[in-house]
Write a new protein. Sequence first.
Length: 323
Amino acid sequence: MAIRATDLTILMSFLLLTGAEIASSAERTDVRAQAVQGGQPHPVASDSRVGGDDAQTRFVMDFSQKVDLRAFTLADPYRVVIDLPQVIFNLPPKTGETGRGLVKAFRFGLVMQGGSRIVMDVNKPVRIDKAFVIEPAAGQPARLVVDLAATDRDSFMKTLAMEGRPLQAAAASGLNTVTTKLLAFALGASTAGLAGVFNASKLTLVSPDQFGSTVSFSILAMVVLGGMGNIWGVAVGAFVIYTIQVVFLKQLNTFFGELGVPILKDLNFLQYQFLLYGIALVLMMLFRPEGLFPSRRRKRELHVHDDTDGEFGSPGALGAAPE
């Protein structure tokens, strides 16, 4: 009877060990299958670590190959978000449940087909000093590195606006964004209605053919030329475009006609006004995309890399190790 019990114990132990090995093999096979899904091997994250203190903290994650990244911050609660291509997270259990320094904890996962995300919960406002990936070399894996530094809330909210998220920055500052947007729509509609009344009283006739694509194009040219986000800039742009249409091009026809310049004297520049507008818009987009008199916020948004290369490490934000 004792021999049978011993045999049964040995058999049960063997079955348990075999089952564990089969499960482990299946898990490794599943990770490999996910990594090559779609015919393209996905990077595999194998380890992570956080080091530093309440002033500066470094986050590091190891990958099987180099990955592209985009790092940015969010408010209320304070977070650092790292967007990645699709990644297989083969990390040890309980990874990210605790942090160190500025990082309280972090989480990770697939957010969409072809895209993964790492979210770090931080205990105070931070700025991203550097965010880059080191190439694998000398048997070492590729490493994603994000350096964080503590900052104040005002600087943090300014960074949010510069990163192209002014709506969230406004909400985090206590502004009621719904009411503000409704007020903006109401003011815009009432102003447009007032302008329409003046236009109709001046022309004494309003018909749909007065508002064709040429009018929309002219308005677009006024806004781009004057500067988006600045009322006075748009007013200056409208004055310039109107002067070109009504005065300058007509005077140009008369000027070249009196000079008798070949080809130019036979051109009717009024017929080519939209071609000239198109050329002007292309030149504006290339050399001064914010317009002649932009708002300060709009100018910062369009020149954020010029203004923050030294402070935020712009080259690192593009995924390359800084010099």
